[in-house]
Design a protein around this ligand. Structure first.
Ligand code: C2E
Ligand code: MG
Ligand code: MG
Length: 724
């Protein structure tokens, strides 16, 4: 009973899948014994096969895999040993229980020597046989289980090894002397040491000398868990690759470590059976480099590599503290390039950037040791000079700057020149705080610009008043429209041959409640800066067309009325507004001329040309104002629908004595003739100028010699007088 019970158990051990039901071969030449064996084993869950001679047995063995053979030693055609020989070579996995009579006990012993599991003597006790079979099967089941576990272990070991060796991190273990007992392959890729080179070596061979102290905590870490070392950064030395294919760019890498103590077993941890340290180390050199770059970029201007505003302010703050302590003087110098925007617009941003780089390099070349030059805006640089002996020190550097810029700049195929306006503020004379000093240097720079650019100047407290006035003016300008403080004036254009008024230019005036009558130069630049120019121009259009309508109704209109147009308006759809307004008021477009400057084409030539063509097609004519002072090329002018050229007053001013000669005026006149354009000379103040112009071929004139700009009533009076 017991045996039967354990037999079931053995079979179950092997497994319950049908292919794992034990296969047993029964070999005996005595049919009685064979069938009793069969009967005995039949109740159990076995596949049973029988053979009554050696040949049948071998045949079955050749075609099937048996777990167990119950083998009679004496068979008619061969001995059981012969069969065992075959089993040993061909099916070594088959276990054999030898069943032998007394007479062939020797061969049974021979069979045991050949690896038979056990032997039973005939006549065997059934219980004994079942027990022996059970033993075999149990043993096999155990062996199978062992094999599987071993395989699983091997696989898992392989997996771990794979993971450890292919880890992006260095994984290592040290003994309690700090010598390597294990390290994965990654160490070779990162540091250039083979694992064999490192095993047995002390960790200090890897560590940068300055980090050795810190390294002790990492490499001799005894703690575990939360308290162990986390993310500690050390610099490790790379192995210098000698000639081989490995080359290591850096001799140092920054590595982040996590390490913990190793203990023989958990229970012994408390009693301190420490046997080394285990750790994971990650290469963070790239991250460190990226962090350094980000920090650098946060404090530098990428284009010129100069410090930026943030770093400048930081240094200025420190220098102010130092100057206060040492009772020394420092200077803040604001440097703004003149007409940079124009160069940027005409030559393109890439060239503009190149110019800024070259300017930065030249300015850097003028610095004294310890000075900080920063770029704080498009074409704005700022310099901090410490330990100034006197103002003259700052003057010398500023002049050096200006001189260094005088040499031409080569930008690809272009050659260009640029100047700068420099404002200087001093500590402690002018201000005591970072922002004050920068603001005052900026103000001083604006002053230089207003004075004709290309120079330097010191801050003066009167400039603050001027800038306050500017701010106040800007505020007032917003209200000027609502309060109806703007007014249009008209300056007659005279045909010098007949003395008649043939046209008039509309010029804006602002009746400022406190400051009196202001000319456009005093307020329009601010309007252009803050966008007010658009509503102001809309108002101007309304006012001039209203006046023109009135003159038309009275039948006294000049042949042409011109208005000035700022480039911004051209972009904001002013031409269409003009067209619509003319239609609305029933004014012939031929009566209108718009004045633009040459620079109108710089920003967006395509749009300018298209808008002007549209106006021109409707009958409005186009004049180029201040001709000769701008930057546009004749090539552009030829593409514009132009009807009139206005000779700039600066050229007319040049004619100051009898016999004076102006090649520019002559050239402009010949261009106009060539292109079939009307000519008007502006700013004619003397008879001399008028006769020179007339002789040169320009007969329409505008200037104080004839009339200053007049109010609407003033011009109306003149028009009435000359009406037929
Ligand atoms: P502009 O178009 O070149 O106008 C001629 C300027 O020369 C006017 O200055 C006029 O008063 C002045 N002028 C005329 N004859 C003489 C003279 O014999 N000698 C001298 N020294 N000056 C003379 P104003 O009125 O101060 O205008 C300045 C500029 O403001 C104008 O120059 C024009 O570009 C602009 N402007 C005037 N009105 C408007 C306007 O309604 N809209 C826009 N966008 N700009 C305007
Ligand atoms: Mg004009
Ligand atoms: Mg002009």
């Amino acid at each position: 009973m017991n045996a039967a019970h354990s037999l079931n158990f053995a079979a179950a051990l092997i497994g319950d899948a049908s292919d794992s039901i034990p296969k047993i071969l029964l070999v005996d030449d005595e049919p009685r014994i064979l069938s009793s064996l069969h009967e005995l084993l039949k109740p159990y869950n076995f596949h049973l096969s029988t053979a009554s001679c050696g040949e049948d047995a071998l045949d079955l063995l050749a075609h099937e895999k048996f777990d167990l053979a119950l083998l009679d030693m004496r068979l008619p055609d061969m001995s059981g040993l012969d069969i065992m020989n075959v089993i040993r070579t061909d099916s070594p996995d088959t276990d054999v229980i030898v069943i032998s009579g007394n007479s062939d006990i020797d061969s049974a012993i021979g069979a045991l020597k050949r690896g038979a599991f056990d032997y039973l003597r005939k006549p065997y006790a059934k219980e004994e046989l079942l027990k022996t079979v059970d033993n075999v099967l149990k043993q096999r089941a155990l062996a199978e289980k062992h094999r599987r576990i071993t395989m699983q272990l091997e696989n898992s070991e392989k997996n771990y090894r794979y993971l450890v060796d292919n880890s992006p991190d260095i994984i290592y273990a040290l003994n309690d002397d700090g010598k390597f007992t294990f390290v994965n392959n990654r160490v070779q890729q990162l540091l250039g040491y083979t694992r064999e080179e490192l095993i047995g070596k002390h960790y200090s061979v890897l560590v940068h000398d300055e980090d050795l102290e810190l390294a002790r905590y990492v490499f001799q870490e005894r703690r575990v868990g939360e308290r162990a070392s986390h993310n500690i950064e050390l610099r490790l030395k790379c192995h210098k690759a000698k000639g081989g294919s490995l080359t290591f760019e850096n001799s140092l890498l920054t590595i982040s470590f996590n390490s913990m103590g190793m203990y023989l077993s958990d229970e012994k941890k408390k009693s301190g059976e420490y046997f080394g340290t285990y750790g994971v180390a990650r290469d963070i050199t790239e991250r460190k480099r990226a962090e350094a770059l980000i920090t650098y970029q946060a404090y530098h201007d990428i284009l010129t590599d100069l410090p930026n505003r943030a770093l400048f302010k930081d240094r200025l703050g420190l220098s102010i503290i130092q100057s206060r302590r040492n009772e020394t003087r420092l200077a803040v110098m604001f440097i703004d390039l003149d007409r940079f925007k124009l160069i940027n617009d005409t030559m393109g941003h890439v060239t503009g950037d190149e110019l800024l780089r070259q300017v930065a390099a030249r300015l850097k070349g003028c610095l004294r040791r310890g000075d900080t030059l920063a770029r704080i805006g498009g074409d704005e640089f700022i310099l901090l000079m410490t330990d100034l002996k006197d103002r003259q020190d700052a003057v010398e550097v500023a002049e050096k700057f200006l001189r260094s810029l005088q040499q031409p700049f080569f930008l690809g195929s272009n050659e260009t020149q640029i100047s700068a306006s420099i404002g200087i503020a001093l500590y402690p004379d002018d201000g005591a705080s970072i922002d004050e000093l920068i603001r005052y240097a900026d103000l001083a720079m604006y002053h230089v610009k207003a004075q004709g650019k290309n120079g330097h100047g010191f801050y003066d407290s009167s400039m603050v008043d001027a800038s306050h006035q500017k701010l106040a003016l800007e505020k007032d300008l917003r209200k000027a429209l609502e309060r109806n403080e703007l007014e249009m004036y008209y300056q007659p254009q005279i045909d010098s041959a007949s003395g008649r008024i043939v046209g008039a230019e509309a010029l804006m005036r602002w009746n400022h409640p406190v400051r009196g009558l202001l000319t456009p130069g005093e307020f329009l630049p601010y309007a252009e800066e803050n966008g007010l120019i658009v509503p102001i121009s809309d108002w101007m259009l309304e006012a001039t067309l209203r006046d023109l309508s009135a003159w038309n109704e009275a039948g006294i209109s000049p042949s042409r009325l011109s208005i000035n147009l700022s480039p911004q308006c051209l972009e904001r759809g002013f031409p269409r507004k003009l067209k619509d307004a003319l239609l609305h008021r029933d004014i012939t477009p031929n009566q209108m001329e718009i004045e633009i400057t040459e620079n109108i084409c710089i920003r967006n030539p395509g749009l300018a040309i298209e808008q002007l063509k549209m106006l021109s097609m409707s009958g409005v004519s186009v004049a180029i104002d201040d001709f000769g002072t701008g930057y546009s090329s004749l090539a552009y002018l030829q593409r514009l629908p132009i009807h009139t050229i206005k000779i700039d007053q600066s050229f007319v001013k040049g004619i100051v004595f009898d016999g004076a000669h102006s090649p520019i005026i002559l050239a402009i006149i010949s261009i106009a003739k060539e292109l079939g354009l009307n000519l008007i000379a502006e700013g004619v103040e003397t008879e001399l100028q008028a006769s020179y112009l007339e002789n040169a071929g320009c007969s329409i004139m505008q200037g104080f010699l004839y009339h200053r700009p007049l109010s609407r009533q003033g011009l109306t009076q003149l028009l009435v007088q000359q009406a037929p």
